[in-house]
Design a protein around this ligand. Structure first.
Ligand code: SRM
Ligand code: SF4
Length: 598
């Protein structure tokens, strides 16, 4: 019998139940089958195996070293001291560290099958959830990290919670399997769904009564939402399926411009796949934005490609329908709701505001750099695990996980600032002031040893590359120039490499494709410059770019501006430039120019 497709598995799953309960109740089973793994993702977990051990175990005819990754989600990265402590304590049931994600969530790796229920239940009882952290549904909603009390950020955070609530999947399978039927009380689930829009979407799906948004088939693919406040694009809004940007009059949010169709996953050399930046759709008054989001999500549900998963993301739906056709369809689902043309958008940076800052309400926040988002006690470096545990336990301060995988310690009374600093210093956690601007903003995806899709190292490789970068940057006097470097272990693009100044994308062990020409503002895609750069050659490969930037830049010009002005002539890369490297492009161009004459 042929293997069931993901669409068939979802449809036959009885509300995402499958045989998960039976499978996890059976201690003799060390792992789950592929079809159960498909369903498990909707519950916030992936089955993985330790890839460092894979070859040796294979040679000794042992089964893979199976374990599970668990991803908890929290809108806008908000997590209380108590919730952090619960995650900290759950580390004993995992490989021992917490991995902050660049969608403001937390991952535990290496959870054994027998411990998965305890880990998921522990997270839920803290008031957070893993429900919908993965799978073909709306994922963790991102929101600006800085807790400035300016009314605008509070509204963005509230909106991220409203969206999270609206797009939770509804089947009782989650509670039945992981919580013995207990109803979960989420910290952020205060806002209920809007019955008028429910009636709208019901018309699109006969099974709407069971799950009004997702029905029985859920979405064709994952769906990502982020909210950004100009000029700071920390959530990388153009990489999201759906983005929200507020417009403010006299200090109050009037409404949001919505962007659609961003997304980064692609496959090396497959021309039908490529990253896209989101495009503006329309502007909606504040009271209608969640309904507008539902109209967009259900448009993707009904028009997304369900036969080819590689082309199932909404970015391809928008391309296929055209932005105008897509807009017309969305508007048809929003009768009576006023929309107007999108407002102009202007972003400056994807960076976090590291260090101490006033919140605007008499309290302070401190954004702490976390190398590669990995919360662990490094034998010869920062003791992140101990430091944040002590701050949560002894000072009771809440945290915010940033989209750059750093931690903000929030709501700090000025009198506690010395105590926070003392705990950070005691555990060797440095403030970011002395670091190069490149290191402060660089990110690598997880990759080996846990990610089943990685083709090369990423999280374990980038710190060494940054050491080399630092030497070059300091030598050239560019240490305070923000140059965005991102790395991933495969072309799926989890580290968001395709809009970075330099994106290194794994192809094979120690080999990376190099993309150049994105932007520190996250609003331009990079083009493929070299198909293969060995890891050891990365520093020497980037040096000429940095030297040219230093020599040619105009006063106050960033690397991104300089590259756009001098190398791209203000033109965004064309679709083929994700697959055709610079040398080949130049040769083609030369050929094209030469042929008419010759
Ligand atoms: Fe991702 C799959 C890790 C953000 C695009 N991603 C995976 C998996 C689950 C591998 C798998 O399917 O077996 C990785 C687990 C690795 C591990 O061992 O932990 C993984 N993705 C991550 C994280 C942890 C990377 C990080 O450094 O933080 C991020 C988790 C975010 C979260 O909390 O939800 C993460 N992934 C992203 C992003 C960036 C973003 O969302 O802002 C992207 C690019 C944006 C996008 O979605 O287009 C991204 N991940 C992918 C893709 C390609 C999707 C596509 O459209 O083709 C895959 C593979 C897939 O879905 O088939 C993937
Ligand atoms: Fe894994 Fe590839 Fe994502 Fe990195 S980019 S975490 S290697 S799927």
């Amino acid at each position: 019998m042929s293997k069931a497709s993901v669409e068939e598995i979802k449809l036959a799953s009885n509300g995402l139940r499958g045989d998960l309960a039976e499978n996890f109740a059976d201690p003799a089973l060390t792992h789950v089958e592929d079809s159960e793994n498909v369903l498990l993702k909707f519950h916030g977990s992936y089955q993985q195996d330790d890839r460092d051990l894979r070859a040796a175990r294979n040679k000794e005819k042992q089964e893979k070293a199976w374990s599970f990754m668990v991803r908890s989600k929290m809108p806008g990265g908000r997590i209380s001291a108590q919730q952090w402590l619960i995650h900290h304590d759950l580390c004993v049931l995992s490989e021992g560290s917490l991995r902050l994600t660049n969608r403001q969530g937390i991952q535990l790796h290496g959870v054994l099958k027998g411990n998965l229920k305890a880990v998921i239940a522990g997270i839920c009882r803290s008031g957070l959830t893993t429900m919908g952290a993965c799978g073909d549904v709306v994922r963790n909603t991102m929101a600006p990290a800085a807790p400035l009390k300016d009314g605008i950020r509070q509204d963005a955070q509230l909106l991220s919670e409203e969206l999270s609530q609206r797009f939770l999947w509804r089947s009782a399978a989650y509670a039945d399997i992981w919580l013995d039927g207990e109803k979960i009380d989420l910290d952020w689930a205060q806002v209920d769904v809007n019955p008028a829009v429910r009636a709208q979407t019901a018309a699109h799906d006969a099974k709407a009564a069971e799950d009004p948004i997702y029905g029985e088939k859920y979405l064709p693919r994952k769906f990502k939402i982020g909210i950004a406040i100009e000029p700071q694009n920390d959530v990388d809004v153009f990489s999201q399926d759906l983005g929200f940007i507020p417009h403010v009059l006299d200090g109050a949010v009037q409404g949001y411009t919505l962007t659609v169709g961003g997304g980064f996953g692609m496959s090396h050399g497959q021309l039908t796949t490529r990253p896209f930046l989101a495009q503006p759709l329309f502007y909606v008054p504040r009271q209608h934005v969640v309904d507008a989001a539902e109209a967009i999500v259900t448009t993707q549900r009904d028009h997304g490609n369900r036969t080819e998963r590689k082309n199932a993301r909404m970015k391809y739906t928008v391309q296929t329908m055209g932005i105008d056709g897509f807009r017309t369809e969305v508007l048809s689902r929003l009768p009576g709701i006023p929309t107007s043309p999108a407002k102009p958008l202007n972003f400056a940076t994807v960076e976090d505001n590291l260090g101490w800052h006033p919140q605007g309400d008499g309290l302070l926040f401190c954004a702490v750099y976390v190398s590669m988002g990995r919360i662990t006690d490094r034998p010869d470096g920062p003791q992140y695990l101990s430091a944040f545990n002590e701050i949560a336990r002894d000072l009771g301060l809440p945290f915010i996980i940033t989209p750059n995988t750093n931690v903000i310690i929030a709501e700090v009374p000025p009198a506690l600032q010395p105590a926070v600093d003392a705990i950070l210093a005691k555990h060797g956690v440095p403030h970011a002031d002395g670091m190069t601007a490149t290191r402060r903003v660089a990110h690598a995806c997880v990759a080996l040893p846990t990610c089943g899709l990685s083709l090369s190292e990423s999280e374990r490789a980038l710190p060494g590359v940054l050491d080399q970068f630092d030497l070059i940057l300091r030598e050239l006097g560019l240490e305070q120039d923000p140059i965005l470097v991102r790395m991933t272990g495969c072309p799926n693009g989890c580290g968001r490499p395709y809009n970075a100044d330099f994106g290194f994308v794994g192809r094979a062990p120690n080999k990376y494709a190099m993309f150049v020409g994105g932007s520190i503002a996250g609003d331009r895609l990079a083009g493929l410059e070299q198909k293969v750069v060995p890891l050891a050659d990365i520093p020497a490969t980037i040096r000429p770019y940095l030297e040219a930037y230093k020599a040619e830049r105009q006063p106050a010009e960033t690397f991104s501006h300089w590259f756009g002005r001098t190398r791209q002539n203000g033109e965004a890369p064309t679709p083929e430039q994700f697959h055709i490297e610079l040398a080949e492009r130049s040769a083609r161009l030369a050929g094209a120019k030469a042929s008419p004459e010759g």
